[in-house]
Design a protein around this ligand. Sequence first.
Ligand SMILES: [Fe+2]
Length: 261
Amino acid sequence: MIHIMGYIKCAALEETGYVVLDRYNQELDPQEWLDIEYVDWKSSGDTRFAPLASKDGEIECNGFWHGKNPRTDKDGVWIESQVAKAPHLTARAKEPGANVGRCRVIELQPNTYADCLYNLHQDDNNRLNPDGTGWVVRGFFNLTDDKDSYFVLRENRTDPSGETRIALPAGAQLIIDTQRLWHAAAHYGTEPRYCLITSWESGPELDAYIEKYHGRSRVESVDVPQEILDAGQAEQSRRIAARAAALAARGQAEKVAMSEA
Ligand SMILES: [Fe+2]
């Protein structure tokens, strides 16, 4: 017997693994991300998170496969106290009409391109996702106006060829297959970056949303001087080697994937 395995995916994400949507007019909205409640949750840098929807409706950030009623990153439970403080953000996450899993605001402290390369990781959105249902991807809506910051995407963690760097002004809107692409943000400046991250199920609703906001599967990379790119690449190699050596010294195998964001 042959089992045909597969998930429903968005065609728009097939080529590059990402789309950039039209920019949102963020300036019109209140800064709701300053009002909601954050929890310490280290993921790919110096971060905290404010969940709007979580596995059980609590203000916590665990993967949905933990604890009772384990499941993939779908059917997130909206957190009343947070939603009340962030109605615009909630509405934006619900706008596509696709199933929402985790929905949360990340707070990321400033870092560098080299930090970002070391922080590159793939998400585990589709653990426990039943075959034949929609593949879980993530939306990233930049909230703060981070003019010098950019999102880095790679097909391979350590291979700089084909790297894409996407600008992160206020209102930048990306949808990324974060289980396929290695990703992290390089965030320059003195203030934290805030970004709304939503897990959506792929399907006709998300297709229509991407089309409505003119999703583009290729954008020009943010220009970064070659010497910074080279120094970042060298630093990534050094840190990965140092971590492998430290783990080996403790008699552990290196974990292939870094902590899941
Ligand atoms: Fe991630």
